[in-house]
Ligand binder design. Structure first.
Ligand code: ZN
Ligand code: ZN
Length: 214
């Protein structure tokens, strides 16, 4: 890895450690994955308000990220990209895969679709770490090797198109409604129309509830 990139990696890992509470192999993979994505999308410093000339930074809030796992790497990806759940820029699709799709909001493909890159951490990366440092314990192998291994030993990547309606954009403000059955307030797009009524997901599909009343 180039010295410049290594310095950036160290800096981002320090920030990720602070945000996540500890530094672990998953964090390192997450930081590397997000750095690779931003490089591919040619997005620079998406977290900075101003660019180098003191003008508003056009790359700010440019990535929207769909992340497919709810583990350490997720926090790391948020740190590097600046995408947060609370800003609607980080979207969790919990498929249990060490993968994420980084969508470029500046790269319109037409019909509400945007260009993105989906990056997957290779299952073989663990073996690659073991082969590199057979003498170290497993966690140490990964902690050291994931900093050093080239991207192609760690990740596969694929360009993708991602439909992103305006209502999924960060900062979108839409109509809020009240569920006809339970009376709870619901945001745009998060209700279903049934028999002329607007129902929240909980009332429309009680089988899908994640909780049960005591
Ligand atoms: Zn962790
Ligand atoms: Zn309801």
């Amino acid at each position: 890895m180039a010295t410049e990139t290594a310095g950036e990696l160290d800096e981002l890992l320090r920030e990720a450690e602070l945000a996540h509470g500890h530094l672990c192999a998953g964090q390192i993979l997450g930081v590397r994955m997000a750095m690779l994505a931003l490089r591919r999308l040619d997005i620079h410093e998406p977290r900075k308000k101003l660019d180098a000339y003191g003008n508003p930074n056009p790359d700010r809030k440019r990535p929207v990220v769909f992340v497919e796992i709810d583990r350490c790497a997720t926090d790391a990806i948020a740190v590097v990209t600046g995408a947060r759940v609370g800003k609607r820029a980080l979207k969790l699709r919990d498929w249990g895969k060490m993968a994420a799709t980084f969508v470029d909001l500046h790269a319109t493909l037409g019909e509400g679709e945007y260009k993105g890159i989906r990056i997957v951490a290779l299952e073989s990366s663990k073996n690659a770490a073991r082969e590199r440092y057979p003498e170290l314990p497993k966690n140490e192998q990964q902690m050291v090797a994931y900093r050093e291994l080239p991207d192609e030993k760690l990740f596969s990547e694929e360009w993708v198109r991602v439909p992103l309606p305006p209502s999924e954009f960060p900062g979108y403000k839409g109509e809020r409604t009240t569920c006809a059955r339970c009376g709870e307030g619901v945001n745009f797009d998060r209700f279903v129309e049934r028999g002329g009524e607007r129902l929240c997901f909980a009332c429309a599909e009680p089988e899908g509830l994640y909780y049960r009343p005591l």
